[in-house]
Design a protein around this ligand. Structure first.
Ligand SMILES: [Fe+2]
Ligand SMILES: [Fe+2]
Length: 475
């Protein structure tokens, strides 16, 4: 049988040309991936020439490759950060031992589960964002959407590489299943809740890339500490891409806020009805979208007390965010961490074994990072001289996972009855009307340098190009 060499078409630093088994696996998987992209990737975009960045190597210049590309021809590559010889495991019961170049038998099932769970989020977000290109507020934004989409495709490749290379037949089966689950599908959904929610409009997209891609950052950072070195090196490289996704979200929301503030000042009003009539998104609606995406995203970190989290850490599979910078024994036995619990219908602080609370530790790291960006959004409002401030809701607000899912909690942290929750939820979360209004603003803007009325232009373009550069050619 003749083996097609994918090494020429797939930029990589894993010696793909030499690896016959991997070539054979990709020979089956790569066409299935392209079918998946065609069926569930950005709708109607196959012929567009998009000004995209492609990673061609892992050195800093390797990222500088910008050109027009048709997305189905994007060169999805396989990259790991360079091998560091002599590295040792930094935490858990194997601390100080050499990192693993192969999967240790006793951790195989857990490692596979970790990789599949991460891998599943990558195609899910592409599916969630499939229709957004039809209503992009500018060519600049359309290009950014597509950049995020192809990079999530590359993240899928990154996880599939690990499955194919290190997990044999069950790895191949998992790699196939990653292409068959579908976001939001009742029969065969994606693994995690937030990745089955819809991303129906661009405000949702910006909130998603700000909050949910940031969950990606924290998960990847924890996996970048893994004792299984191929996973650590793969996720480290993925983090370089995640930064751009969060930039798209943070700057996107900031531009929506900026435009709203401009109109608030022009009209001298903060009346949502008047602002909506003027075609911009009132700040209270932005707050409700923030509440939704924030609460759905913090659920992704899992239960506040989890024996799996303890096992993953103790086994050396998944570390903490910034594990290397933490000043403790990196074993964590006998230590505690403050979590929130529900007692007699009230929220109380309680100490839990730190090892069991590692999901909560990562969630709290995420929360700190998120709050910082919300502060930057508030500076846009402050600069406009307006008194409104956006706020991150209480950690227990609108939770579906963990202890806090037992109670209804307001954005400011009051436990309320189900009746009060039902009566008020519309003030805290986007309702049908909010979503219909935001949807009514969506319409594709295709003239270079033009922007939809509800969003301000960016300060600068991509790769030092002008803001009115032709970032997408429709052909
Ligand atoms: Fe990703
Ligand atoms: Fe991402």
């Amino acid at each position: 049988m003749q083996t097609i060499s994918y090494a020429d078409r797939i930029p990589n630093n894993v010696d793909l040309a030499e690896d016959r088994a991997l070539n054979r696996a990709l020979e089956r998987w790569q066409p299935a991936f392209l079918d998946w992209w065609r069926d569930t990737g950005p709708e109607g975009s196959a012929n567009f020439d998009v000004y995209l960045r492609t990673a061609v190597s892992v050195d800093p210049q390797g990222w500088a490759h910008f050109d027009y590309v048709k997305m189905p021809e994007y060169r999805w590559g396989i990259f790991l950060t360079p091998f560091a010889s002599g590295a040792t495991i930094r935490f858990g019961e194997h601390k100080g031992q050499p990192v693993w170049q192969d999967v240790p038998g006793e951790h195989r099932a857990n490692l596979r589960r970790i990789i599949v769970t991460q891998g599943d989020t990558e195609p899910a977000s592409v599916e969630q964002q499939r229709h957004l290109g039809l209503t992009a507020p500018s060519l600049y934004d359309l290009r950014n959407l597509f950049q995020v989409n192809v990079e999530e495709g590359r993240h899928l490749w990154a996880m599939v590489y690990l499955l194919h290379r290190y997990f044999g037949r069950d790895g191949r089966e998992e790699a196939e299943a990653l292409l068959t689950r579908r976001s939001g599908d009742a029969d065969n959904p994606r693994i995690l809740g937030a990745f089955n929610e819809r991303t129906p409009d661009w405000l949702s997209f910006f909130m998603f890339t700000y909050f949910t891609d940031r969950d990606g950052k924290f998960q990847l950072a924890a996996l970048a500490e893994s004792g299984f070195e191929p996973l650590a090196r793969t996720t480290k490289f993925m983090l370089t891409e995640e930064a751009h996704h969060m930039f798209v979200g943070e700057s996107g929301v900031a531009r929506v806020i900026q435009r709203t503030c401009e109109v608030m000042k022009q009209l001298g009003t903060d009346d949502p009805a008047k602002l909506r009539a003027a075609g911009v998104i009132d700040l209270s609606t932005i707050q409700r979208y923030l509440n939704f995406h924030y609460s759905v995203t913090i659920d992704l970190f899992g239960a506040d007390q989890s024996s799996n989290a303890a096992t993953f850490y103790t086994s050396g599979l998944k570390g903490r965010f910034d594990e290397g910078k933490r000043d403790d024994d990196h074993v964590l036995k006998g230590r505690t961490y403050t979590i929130q619990n529900v007692r007699d219908g009230r929220l109380v602080d309680e100490e839990a074994p730190l090892l069991n609370a590692l999901n909560e530790v990562l969630r709290d790291d995420f929360i700190r990072d998120s709050v910082a960006g919300v502060g930057r959004w508030n500076r846009v409002i402050e600069k406009a001289g307006l008194p409104f401030r956006l706020e991150v809701p209480h950690k227990a607000f609108h939770r579906k996972i963990g202890t806090l899912a037992q109670v209804h909690v307001t954005p400011d942290g009051r436990v309320v009855s189900e009746a009060e929750w039902n009566a008020s939820a519309g003030r805290w979360l986007p309702g049908v009307e909010d979503r219909a209004f935001v949807a009514s603003l969506m319409g594709r803007v295709t003239e270079p340098g033009k922007f939809a009325n509800w969003i301000a232009p960016p300060a600068v373009g991509i790769n030092r190009q002008a803001v009115d550069f032709e970032y997408v050619r429709f052909n």
